[in-house]
Design a protein around this ligand. Structure first.
Ligand SMILES: [Mg+2]
Length: 392
């Protein structure tokens, strides 16, 4: 028997703010971009449950949030604090199983199949983990329990906050049948609209359709995927912690940007942020992703896989610039830029020439010094030469 838990912290960023500011308890808290009196750009990261009662949702433009809830408490994200709490939570998970796959700061899959002898059945384990989170951090999480990974994820969302939803093995299809198709993994608003036109609103409606029909409409990959998800067929395993991890940083511009100078400076700033976090964690990575959002809200990513892992600001900056070149021809303005590094490995000697290594060691030492200064005096104290003016 296989058992997966999907654990998701409840309104995580907002819950941490509420924890740190007891006077805000029960009030509508909106973590995200600066609303600037309804003129702000960027989006809501997380809304507390009290804010959700006003119709505020994560990923909603911050202006719209302001319209719906002008009396809310608007706070900028404090990522360092959330990361610290996240590490505590992930440590709790790791004390129950080494097979964990973090999906984001506040969400992870746990394969607990091998831990039952030690900790009891998956439901007992889910209760213990929830209790530990509550006592160690003061926060609540919702858990889904299932033999099928994708079903565990859907389950964790059903009884939020502080939920525990158990899907018995063999009962997955019956569990999914009454749910709306939008709950299925990978079924976005577009697919939902098409499905609705076919008379498919519930997962149960989808379960009754033939593979041939769905493949004809959506193409092979998507058609098969929807049918598999509806029928709780999900062969994916929990990936290893190491593989799944990535380090990334992104920024939304106050006004859409086209100036190559500003873009280059921003890429350098992002590369520096990501590289400094990589150094702090003692890792380097093989895959660099550049994320780009256009003024009309399309999000595009470009990826480079490197033979040699990188760890330094300059290498990351150069790679990001190369990726950027592929966008440049498209014209148009940029709304958001992000850089991510994945396929991380812990630092260790790699296959560099001696010359390379010497050079890099020197650069590495310089960057470590930068990190030390930054740790003492804060981020603004030390910006690279071409970054002197403050970025948003
Ligand atoms: Mg969450």
């Amino acid at each position: 028997m296989t058992a997966f838990l999907h654990i998701d912290m409840d309104a995580f960023f907002a819950a941490v703010e509420e924890l740190d500011h007891p006077e805000w308890r029960g009030k509508p808290i909106i973590v995200g971009a600066d609303p600037r009196g309804g003129q702000g750009r960027g989006v809501v990261s997380t809304a507390s449950y009290a804010a959700r009662a006003f119709g505020v949702r994560s990923a909603m433009p911050i202006r719209q949030a302001w319209q719906r809830c002008p009396g809310g408490i608007y706070v900028r994200p404090r990522m360092a604090r959330y990361t610290a709490v996240s590490e505590k939570v992930m440590d709790i998970f790791r004390s129950f199983t080494p097979r964990i796959q973090p999906i984001s700061l506040d969400e992870a899959f746990l394969d607990v199949t091998g831990s039952m002898r030690l900790f009891g059945d998956p439901v007992a384990m889910a209760r213990r983990i929830k209790d530990r989170i509550q006592s160690d951090t003061g926060l609540t999480a919702s858990v889904g329990v299932s033999a099928v990974k994708s079903v565990a994820k859907i389950a964790s969302d059903l009884e939020k906050p502080d939920g525990l939803t158990v899907v018995p093995e063999g009962g997955e299809k019956a569990f999914l049948a009454p749910l709306e198709v939008r709950r299925l993994w990978g079924v976005g608003p577009k697919a939902c609209a098409v499905l609705e036109r076919l008379g498919i609103r519930r997962v149960g409606d989808l379960q009754e359709r033939s593979k041939g029909e769905l493949v004809r409409i959506f193409g092979r990959a998507a058609g098969e995927h929807y049918l598999n998800m509806a029928n709780a067929v999900d062969p994916r395993e929990v990936h290893d912690d190491e593989e799944a991890r990535s380090i990334s940083h992104e920024t939304t511009f106050l006004a859409d940007v086209q100036d190559p100078e500003v873009i280059a400076r921003t890429l350098l700033w992002l590369a520096d942020k990501v590289a400094s976090r990589m150094r702090k964690q003692g890792v380097r990575g093989h895959v660099v992703t550049l994320k780009y959002r256009t003024e009309d809200f399309r999000t595009i990513t470009r990826r480079a896989t490197l033979k040699q892992p990188l760890e330094h600001t300059n290498d990351l900056f150069e790679t990001a610039k190369r990726l950027w070149k592929r966008f440049e021809g498209m014209g148009g303005k940029v709304r958001l830029l992000g850089i991510g590094v994945s396929r991380l490995e812990s630092g260790g000697a790699n296959q560099m020439t001696l010359f390379d290594r010497e050079n890099r060691n020197r650069e590495g030492a310089a960057e470590k010094a930068v990190d030390r200064v930054r740790a003492r005096f804060g981020n603004r104290a030390l910006f690279r030469g071409s970054l002197l003016d403050e970025r948003t």
